[in-house]
Every structure is written in C-alpha cells, then in structure tokens.
Design a protein around this ligand. Structure first.
Ligand SMILES: Nc1nc2c(ncn2[C@@H]2O[C@H](COP(=O)(O)OP(=O)(O)OP(=O)(O)O)[C@@H](O)[C@H]2O)c(=O)[nH]1
Ligand SMILES: [Mg+2]
Ligand SMILES: [Zn+2]
Length: 351
C-alpha cells in the first residue's frame, strides 16, 4: 500500500474529505496531466483517470485538475478511475496563459516551495527572477532561487550584488549536478511531505536537478552541448516525482515567457522592498510616478533604491494592473453571459 502522507496528504486534507459529499470514495493526487487523462497516485498505486462530464461542464481550463491537485475518484477497474470531485485548492502557482490578455493557467497546486532555477551563464537574469518571485509570493508559496551550473565558473560577488534586494525574500542556493555537496544542501531544504515545483527557462537543468535529488534518472534531460549552453525544450509536461519518500518534486517544461497573473498589484511594493519608502510618500495613494513628496522617487534619485529595481517594479505593476482589470472585466462579461443563457433557458421552458 502507498502511504499518501509521503505525497503530502495530511489531517487537514483528510478533514476536508470527511466534510465533503464523497467521504466514502477514494482519493489521490494528480501526478501527470495528459490531454484528457489524469495519472493519479492513490493508496492502491497509480491510476489512469478521466473526468466526469460534471467536472468539466462550464469550467475554464485553469479550474480543471492540474498536477498536485487532490481528487476524489470512483474506481471502475483495477487501475482505472473516474474523477468526480476535487478538494478545495490551495497554494496554486498560476501564470498568465501566453497569447491571452487575462486567462490564467494553473501550473501546480498544493505547492509549498517553488525553486526558481537559472543557470550561472547568460541565462542568469535578475529581472526574470523577480518576475517569478512576485507570482510565487502572491500565492503564499515560498520562493527559493536556485542558481545552477556553478561548476561552469562565475563571479559570486557580482551575482550576490545583483540579487541583494530579493535575497531577503528568498534563500539562494548555488548548485551543480557535478558537485554533490551543493545538491545535498538543496535536499536538506526540502522537508518531509513538502511539495516543490521547479520553474525556469529551458536548459537550465531543472530535470537534471530533480534526477540528481532523487538519485535516479526518472526524467528525460537534454544532452545539449555545454559550450553553447542553449537548450531545446526537453521536458514537455509537468510531472511529479517522489524524492526518497520524503519530498514531492514537480518538474515543469521550460518557460519562455512568464506572464503575471496577479490580482493585487499593491502587494508588489512589499515584495520588491519598496514599501519602506512608500510609507513616507506625501500622498497615501501615491503612484510613485511624478507626485510631489514621493519618497520612492527620492530614494531612486539619491541612489538608495536601484533605478533598475524601480523600473522593474513599474513594469511588473503595469502588467499586474492590466491582468487584474482585464480579468475583472472578463468575469463581469462571463457573468452577464451566463445570465443571458439562464434567461434563454427559462424562456424556452416557459413556452
Ligand atoms: N555543467 C553543468 N551542466 C548541467 C548542470 N545541470 C544540468 N546540466 C546540463 O544542462 C542540460 C539541460 O539540462 P535539463 O535538465 O534537460 O534542463 P531543463 O531545465 O530540464 O530543460 P527543459 O526540460 O527544456 O526545460 C543538460 O545537458 C544537462 O546535463 C550543471 O549543474 N552543470
Ligand atoms: Mg526538463
Ligand atoms: Zn510615492
């Protein structure tokens, strides 16, 4: 029998299930999502599951089960099931779906920590790290910056200087799959039953790190030439693997463009350590663009606040504003659309 506690099952989840309408059914956690089929780990092992029509009806893509979700299913064969419900979601890592204005995509749920992986070559980019960090913090997930390929040589002092404003928000690890000590330290940062999602560009070594942490080649990695350091997309799906019966690791395909799906743009000042200055702005609703008595602008002009961090803040805030106002509009539209449908249904039944 599989002990789902190693996969993150706990008393709170158990209570949620007991309070649901399906307490007599089985539960499990989604490990891989195929087009319409879900691989679910349960006490009886791995199952292939499908969704009931009810689970799909009227749902946006991001509301359908994703890797990490806890689901309730009915068994209809030894290793086949039908998902009838999902426990209420927590700590979901979202992104804006690329090519859309305000659609979000759920990357993984019930995430405790997110490893933002970058490699210490030309992939290292503090602006991209900020972007991932704010989205992760938005969901109260713990971000951790993993700077990989440390064996390739890099200037540690320079890197630390670049990340000093975000290093308070997230621990930083310098790792290399060729330096066991660095992997050991990373492993130590994952507690029993914790779920960790790996995110970052293609080729930075996410799958290699997962394999090395598990001491097993469970995932496919690329064999790109190290001299170019450029990655093709090797991983094509999100996939959950268990680390030594103690941590749950979720590998994800490389992300080229990580768009923000943030509902509260005001939280950005705190995340980027601008809120201390903001408190001294003359106006409570100061937008820190050109208002008189703006302490944020003063900090930028006097050089205490890095100009690049300030610009990055404005850019991320603009994006978050755009997302949440468009999302709000969209919700309003969806609501009036469903009202319209209801109206049509009533009209039809009346005649
Ligand atoms: N020198 C060096 N190479 C590494 C390290 N980690 C990974 N690599 C190499 O980097 C290449 C890409 O690794 P992957 O693990 O496939 O990268 P990925 O982030 O999973 O890439 P996608 O699946 O495309 O998103 C492979 O050739 C790895 O062997 C490291 O610490 N040092
Ligand atoms: Mg990969
Ligand atoms: Zn201001």
């Amino acid at each position: 029998m599989i002990h789902l506690y190693t996969y993150g099952w706990n008393n709170k989840l158990n209570q949620l299930k007991q309070d649901s309408a399906h307490k007599a059914l089985f539960h499990g956690r989604v490990t891989i999502v195929h087009r319409t089929c879900y691989e679910v780990i349960s006490e009886n092992g791995m199952l292939q599951c499908e969704l009931t029509g009810n689970m799909m009806f009227g749902k946006s893509d991001f509301e359908l089960p994703c890797v990490g979700d806890w689901v309730i299913f009915q068994l209809f064969d030894e290793n086949k099931g039908v998902i009838v419900d999902m426990l209420p979601r927590e700590r979901i890592l979202y992104r804006k779906k690329s090519g859309t204005i305000a659609d979000k995509q759920a990357i993984a749920s019930y995430v405790d920590k997110a490893f933002i992986v970058q490699s210490l070559d030309d992939n290292f980019n503090v602006r991209r790290a900020e972007r991932f960090m704010v989205q992760i913090l938005e969901e109260k997930i713990k971000p951790i910056l993993v700077l990989n390929k440390a064996d390739l040589g890099f200037e540690k002092q320079k890197i630390e200087e670049h990340i000093k404003h975000i290093a308070h928000q997230m621990p930083v690890f310098f790792t290399s799959i060729h330096q066991p000590q660095t992997i050991h330290q990373l492993r130590e940062s994952i507690s029993e039953g914790e779920t960790v999602v790996f995110v970052g560009s293609s080729g930075v070594g996410k799958s290699s790190l997962v394999n090395t942490l598990c001491e097993n080649s469970v995932l496919l990695t690329s064999d790109i030439s190290l001299s170019t350091g450029k990655g093709r997309h090797t991983s094509t799906r999100r996939e959950m693997v268990l680390m030594d019966d103690s941590g749950v690791l979720i590998d994800t395909p490389g992300i080229r463009e990580f768009g923000l799906a943030i509902d509260d743009p005001d939280s950005l000042t705190e995340m980027l350590e601008i809120s201390d200055y903001e408190e001294s702005c003359r106006f409570k609703d100061c937008e820190h663009i050109n208002e008189p008595g703006c302490a944020v602008l003063e900090a930028v002009n006097s050089g205490i606040l890095d100009h690049k961090v300030y610009e990055s803040y404005l850019k991320l805030r603009r994006e978050a504003w755009h997302f949440c106002t468009s999302e709000h509009e969209k919700r309003k539209r969806d609501k009036s659309f469903s009202k319209l449908i209801e109206g049509v249904k009533k009209y039809k039944t009346n005649f």
